[in-house]
Write a protein that binds this ligand. Structure first.
Ligand SMILES: Cc1cc2nc3c(=O)[nH]c(=O)nc-3n(C[C@H](O)[C@H](O)[C@H](O)COP(=O)(O)OP(=O)(O)OC[C@H]3O[C@@H](n4cnc5c(N)ncnc54)[C@H](O)[C@@H]3O)c2cc1C
Length: 413
């Protein structure tokens, strides 16, 4: 009998790992499951509210991103029977596996915050982390001509932790371009103690917020959203007033993880070895992308770098050989900052984002606004569909974080 590999989730990670494994293991039976056939290019969601891209331009068929010979099943997932090596789908189908890969991403949980999905939801309170929210926010942004716009994160971890900052920078540019920036107050509300999680980047991004006249409210843990009164209310009873709130809701792993004993943590993220990407519950279960609990950013770039290590480790596992402990948490994110410029950050588990250049001593500037980075951000969309998802490597970009080009001495400044 051929080896049976089942992959749960056909987003970024599921698609790229299916395509990589198809190439490596020509005899394996590969099955991938997702609940719908609409693959959204999520980095494009940032541009939808500003009318810079139309929603239909960032969606493609999931099935069509898969190499031939990969079996696609469309259904919701009910649970994993980790002892019986099988997955139960909500349509009653049972899938037996030799190797299981969990790639079901991170889920938005707006209903977990009191009042968020109340009367103001999609009226003066919008998310932009999904197609529905980003699309509904576009006319609200275009109608907004004065007042206070608050961009707020409920809690960490969130996918693409830089996207809310990018939203602020683009909003500043958008209102300037419309000639009404002096009538709009922008405020960035975060549970962190600075603009970002890592100190050097927090300093640089914090001063960029300041230069753009965007107020920064830190250590604000939202307990309640009052849409009628237009107020964010923290657990320690501080308030941030708003006319329009752009919210990044609480996030967690897929529901079925919680129904599969031993698989996940309290937020339903899969308990995963951060170096091998093997689950801690069973040796034949692996995880990739936002679904894992590994301590790096939840980002498409991370998912891509993980794909390289994970493909290798699944081949090792099937051959009965030891797994490589190679995954270093490498993340690489463009930060769009308006005026056709962007910053770039590159980091791993041990190295925070630093200034310098990527990938070598010359290349794209790190932690500094530049036109080149903006072009890189735009090019990423093409790379996503044509290189990342088909499971190819990006020439010159290794999965391990490059140290050359980074200015390590800035850490102590
Ligand atoms: C606004 C925004 C901007 C971003 N910008 C960037 C960026 O610039 N650069 C970057 O690197 N990353 C960016 N990201 C993050 C990036 O999109 C994600 O990290 C990446 O898509 C993660 O891939 P994944 O496979 O883990 O999850 P996903 O691509 O989300 O795929 C998960 C899949 O699992 C399916 N699924 C979940 N539960 C079930 C179930 N119970 N049954 C059936 N199917 C299920 C879902 O339908 C989905 O298709 C951004 C994200 C957002 C929201």
């Amino acid at each position: 009998m051929n080896t049976r590999i089942v992959i749960l989730g056909a987003g970024t990670g599921g698609t790229l790992i299916a395509n990589r494994l198809r190439r490596k293991l020509s005899d394996a039976d590969i099955t991938i499951v997702d609940r719908d056939d609409a693959h959204v290019y999520q980095p494009g969601l940032l541009f939808v509210p500003f009318g810079l891209i139309r929603p239909e331009e960032i969606v493609k068929s999931r099935k069509r991103q898969l190499r031939s010979g990969i079996h696609y099943v469309q259904s919701d997932i009910d649970r994993v029977d980790v002892d019986g090596d099988r997955v139960h789908l909500t349509d009653g189908t049972v899938l037996d596996y030799d190797v299981l890969v969990i790639a079901t991403g991170s889920r938005l949980l707006p209903e977990e915050t009191e009042g968020m999905t109340g009367p103001g939801w999609m009226r003066n309170i919008f998310p932009f982390y999904n197609l529905e929210g980003a699309s509904a926010l576009q006319p609200a942004m275009s109608a907004f001509d004065h007042g206070r716009l608050a961009v707020s994160i409920v809690d960490m971890p969130i996918k693409c932790p830089v996207a809310p900052l990018e939203f602020c920078f683009l909003a500043d540019w958008y209102f300037r371009r419309r000639g009404i920036r002096d009538r709009v107050e922008l405020v960035y509300v975060t549970p962190l103690d600075g603009a970002f999680t890592k100190p050097v980047a927090a300093r640089e991004l914090g001063s960029l917020l300041q230069r753009k006249g965007i107020e920064l409210v830190t250590e604000f843990n939202i307990g309640q959203v009052d849409g009628d009164a237009g107020r964010l209310i923290s657990y320690d009873e501080r308030t941030v007033p708003f006319d329009l709130a752009v919210v990044i809701p609480l996030q967690g792993g897929a529901d079925f993880v919680g129904r599969s004993p031993g698989l996940g943590d309290e937020l339903n993220f899969v308990l995963t070895d951060q170096r091998t990407l093997q689950s801690t519950v069973r040796p034949n279960i692996f995880a990739i992308g936002d679904a894992t609990n590994v301590p790096t950013s939840k980002a498409g770039s991370v998912t891509h770098f993980e794909g390289d290590v994970l493909t290798h480790n699944i081949v090792q596992f099937l051959a009965g050989r030891p797994l490589d402990e190679h995954f270093d948490g490498h993340a690489n994110c463009f930060i769009e900052s308006g005026d056709r410029k962007a910053l770039l950050i590159d980091f791993d588990y041990d190295t925070q984002p630093l200034p310098g250049h990527f990938p070598l001593g010359v290349g794209l500037p790190l932690l500094r606004e530049s036109r080149l980075n903006h072009l890189g951000k735009l090019a990423f969309r093409w790379l996503y569909w044509n290189v990342l998802l088909p499971g190819r490597d990006i020439p010159g970009i290794a999965s391990r974080m490059p140290r050359a080009g980074k200015r390590f001495e800035t850490v102590s400044r």
